[in-house]
Design a protein around this ligand. Structure first.
Ligand SMILES: [Zn+2]
Length: 140
């Protein structure tokens, strides 16, 4: 089992689907941070078989909605004094504004750039959303 220095203050993103860690690492812009960050891939997990993890020391503003869209199964652990003080499982939000792009070229959000997209969750299992304006379905 791989050992990584314990974080005193920071965030550990756990239960990332194996193979998805690098994408999340890049989407969150973690390579540009001045504090230590670690991306762990293919960590053995009793629940998932294998998983990815990301450890970030220092404060970090996380967009939990964006994170949940990138990986709905993720767990966010907030670390203080070397201990987990809070665990959050964001899950897919019921309503997403501005983060998903509608694929329908005739949709108002495609033609009018000032209209932010609004998507409503219609199927949590299938990770399916519906465009509020035109009814187009997308899977995240
Ligand atoms: Zn639409």
């Amino acid at each position: 089992m791989l050992k990584v220095d314990r974080i005193q203050v920071g965030i550990v993103l756990d239960h990332i689907r194996a193979g998805n860690g690098l994408r999340i690492f890049e989407e969150l812009g973690l390579a540009g941070r001045e504090y230590p960050v670690a991306l762990l891939m293919n960590v053995p997990s009793t629940k998932m078989g294998r998983k990815d993890m990301i450890k970030v020391s220092g404060a970090l503003d996380l967009d939990l909605t964006k994170l949940a869209l990138l990986d709905a199964g993720i767990t966010v652990n907030y670390i203080e004094g070397g201990q987990v003080v809070r665990k959050v499982k964001p899950g897919l939000p019921e309503r997403v504004v501005g983060l998903i792009r509608c694929k329908n070229p005739r949709c108002i959000t495609s033609t009018e750039s000032y209209s932010p997209s609004i998507f409503i969750l219609v199927d949590r299992e299938e990770k399916r959303y519906k465009c509020f304006y035109c009814g187009e379905y997308v899977r995240v």
